[in-house]
Ligand binder design. Structure first.
Ligand code: T1G
Length: 711
């Protein structure tokens, strides 16, 4: 996800009283200081260009000013253009390009003083200055590609001229920032300031006040450019940015930087930026940027809500989920006591954890010392009383209500007062689990997604009696262990799995009616999902879905399901883990269609009297995507999810829905809810009342979120 740096760099500027203007002017002798004061991240919002222009005009008109320093108040330099202004008409949008053109022509030295982050337009502003200084921990980058756009204020033309073609392409295509120390080695930063940033910047400006000619990045050539560099980049994005628009535009513009005069590349960049900004992909990525942040906001929970410090954790169950969950805490430096019922299960679980870390170390992402530090924080035990001091205990055992109730009854008698008692259940009723304890206010669902140490999504299941403090602590803990926490309500499958069950039902129906599983999967791969419904079922294990369908039929008093997929499972084909499921698998784990399974499906249709018909990829995509949307609308009506944006965050971080589609609800908004409703009805699904209402009113889910104060 984003380079969301957690620990704001302590401002090297005294936290001045909020100024009346968004850009303050102050003097340090012969140096004019322009301080941008636009909390929380000094985005380049309306008022900033005007303030900088006033400052530059003042500096130009005053002979006693020999140089100008531009610095950010608070915790950071300029973190970018103000994304919230992207939908403004062009004439109302803050004129970042105009500001940078003025800087590039300014007759006196200008010094950008950087702390925190200089990202996107922030780095472009700094590159418009004649010099740049920074504190060592500052981060500099051009993350625009993560918003489906491109550096639109000179970044594609200036960065290659400073750091060379290859490094500039790497930075712009990954969107990953670099630290100031590396930037200094690359010549992007002229001086690292170890002490107070402002004093260091003023001193630097004074030293170079008379240096001429003024170094203009726009006047340099691009080092290291060659047709091969750009050709390789074009090849690379076919894998890393499949289906996305802005990466290829970035490469084209970087190549222009190396092949045409600056002004030509600068002009071309403006046009391609608008093209990218107005694309559905950029709208989707901007939607997710804000939706992810909105999902952390829960009515009633404020920064004043009391939380408890999590200094130690307990995990019950050392299986795949328990081991993965434990790793999240170990990675964050939180000691874990992990409990199992047999020594063999414990040894196996710890072995898997160690092997996972060793594999990461082999890739160079951990040192052996890191591995040992993490393993040293892990205490195995066969006795649940070892959990008595844990601040939080997470149960990750078999998905069976009786087993969970038994565990929570015991845990309630062992855990210390104030401990959080969490279940990793993926579908069961957390209220029922809480009911066996004397402390339902301390019980919550923390639904991790497999593999738990990798997947970023954490569904935080708020039960009826879960206290605000336990909820707020869980949200803070999610951030601390690197998860994207989304609060959901209690129902069968909560949000993600409840929707995926409907999606699976529709996928099986599409095959019943005539499609082959591999065609259905291919249709969803085209939409951008790395795995279609059947590839995903084979990976998760067909027996899991089989058991859920059997359970749901039993609960509903219906006969045991006997669908074509149930028959495959009953042949002992459980998916990748048995080397065979819907598809066959060899050691490459690449799914290969199986003729016998195709025959089983054909025999099934014949037995049910179904005459197969050709089903287009478009029909498959519509039916599957809209089955998610329709169930999502019901979930919103029932209040199980707060926002449509929350559902999108869940699907991007938990189910591989492509971020450049924005999630199922955003995708439906882009298609148009009237079309979604018409297709649902055409293919035999009944539109949810909320979906039908919004479609009839010509509204979007995004507007519903905003109207309810959710957006
Ligand atoms: N515009 C508007 N709001 C922004 C913003 C931005 N660029 N960046 C952050 N915010 C809001 C955010 O929504 C949240 O609001 C609050 O600030 C704190 O953010 C022309 C076109 C800087 C690393 O992509 O990566 O420049 O929820 O929770 O975790 O070429 O914010 O409090 O109401 O993320 O400490 C390029 C995006 C823009 C940087 C800080 N820049 N931001 O992380 O805080 S495009 C970016 C971040 C551009 C030019 C192009 C992070 C951060 P609220 P936060 P954080």
């Amino acid at each position: 996800s984003w380079g969301r740096y957690r620990n704001p760099v302590p401002a090297t500027r005294p936290q001045e009283a909020p100024s009346v203007s968004i850009v303050d002017q102050s003097r340090d002798g012969d140096i004019l200081v322009l301080t941008i004061n636009n909390p929380p991240v000094n985005a380049f919002s309306p008022g900033v260009p005007e303030g900088l222009k006033a400052g530059l005009d003042a500096a130009a008109a005053d002979d006693t000013v020999r140089a100008v320093v531009i610095i950010g108040a608070g915790r950071t330099f300029v973190a970018g253009a103000d994304i919230k202004t992207f939908n403004l008409p062009r004439e109302q949008a803050p004129d970042l390009r105009g500001t940078i053109e003025a800087l590039d022509a300014f007759p006196k030295p200008t010094v950008a003083a950087i702390h925190g982050t200089a990202l996107g337009g922030g780095l472009e502003l700094a590159m418009g200055c004649t010099y740049r200084v920074a504190v060592p921990g500052a981060q500099l980058g051009l993350p625009e590609v993560k918003l489906g756009v491109l550096p639109g204020a000179g970044g594609t033309q200036r960065l290659p001229r400073v750091v060379g073609a290859q490094k500039a392409l790497d930075m712009m295509l990954s969107g990953t920032p670099i630290r100031a120390t590396e930037a200094s080695q690359l010549g992007l930063i002229d001086r690292i300031v170890d002490g107070d940033l402002l004093s260091g910047a003023v001193e630097f400006a004074r030293e170079l006040a008379d240096a001429r000619p003024l170094p203009r990045i726009s006047e340099r050539a691009v080092p290291g450019a060659s047709p091969e560099v750009f050709a390789a980049a074009r090849g690379g994005i076919k894998k890393t940015h499949r289906g996305q628009l802005s990466p290829s535009l970035i490469i084209d513009l970087a190549e222009l930087a190396a092949t045409v005069p600056f002004q030509e590349g600068w002009a071309a960049e403006a046009g391609r930026f608008m093209q990218a900004k107005d694309s559905p992909q950029s709208r989707a990525l901007r939607h997710i940027f804000f939706a992810e942040r909105e999902s952390a906001k829960i009515p009633g929970i404020t920064k004043d809500t009391p939380t408890t410090e999590i200094r130690s954790a307990g995990v019950i169950g050392a299986g795949t989920m328990g081991g993965g969950i434990a790793m999240n805490f170990l990675n964050a430096g939180i000691p874990v006591t992990i409990v199992e019922t047999t020594q063999d299960a414990l040894d196996r679980g710890l072995g898997v954890i160690r092997r996972n870390y060793e594999a990461t170390a082999k890739k160079g992402r951990l040192t052996q010392a890191d591995v040992e530090t993490r393993m040293a924080l892990l205490t195995p035990s066969l006795d649940m009383t070892a959990l008595k001091d844990a601040d939080i205990v997470i149960e990750a055992v078999f998905e069976n209500m009786d087993v969970k109730k038994d565990i929570f009854t015991k845990l309630d008698a062992i855990a210390k007062p104030g401990a959080i008692l969490a279940s990793n259940t993926s579908t069961l009723d957390v209220n029922e689990i809480a009911s066996v304890t004397r402390r339902p206010e301390s019980v919550i669902g923390l639904h991790f997604f497999s593999p738990a140490n990798v997947m970023k999504l954490l569904e935080i299941v708020r039960a009826e009696k879960t206290s605000d403090s336990v909820l707020a602590t869980s949200m803070a803990l999610a951030r601390r262990i690197g998860k994207v926490g989304v609060v959901v309500g209690v129902c069968d499958g909560f949000v993600g799995n409840r929707m995926i069950h409907r999606y699976g039902d529709e996928a099986r129906k599409i095959v019943e009616e005539g499609a082959r599983p591999e065609d259905v999967d291919a249709a969803m791969n085209t939409l951008g999902l790395p795995m279609g419904p059947f590839q995903m079922s084979d990976m998760a294990g067909l027996d899991i879905g089989y058991a859920i369908r059997q359970h749901q039929a039993r609960v509903a008093g219906q006969p045991a399901p006997d669908g074509w997929l149930d028959r495959i499972v009953e042949r002992g084909r459980k998916g990748q883990k048995t080397g065979a499921g819907i598809y066959d698998y060899d050691e490459t784990r690449k799914p290969r269609p199986n003729a016998d399974m195709q025959r089983l499906i054909e025999d099934y249709r014949a037995e049910k009297g179904i005459t197969p018909r050709a089903i287009t990829p478009e029909e498959s995509t519509a039916r599957l995507a809209y089955s998610l949307v329709n169930e999502g609308a019901k979930i919103l009506e029932e209040g199980i999810a707060q926002r449509a944006g929350d559902i999108d965050v869940i699907y991007i971080y938990g189910y591989g829905f492509p971020a450049y589609r924005g999630g199922p609800m955003q995708y439906a908004d882009e298609v148009g809810l009237k079309t979604v409703v018409a297709d649902l009805e055409r293919y035999g699904q009944t539109p949810a009342p909320l979906l039908k209402k919004l479609a009839d009113e010509g509204k979007t889910f995004a507007e519903w979120d905003a109207e309810k104060g959710r957006g």
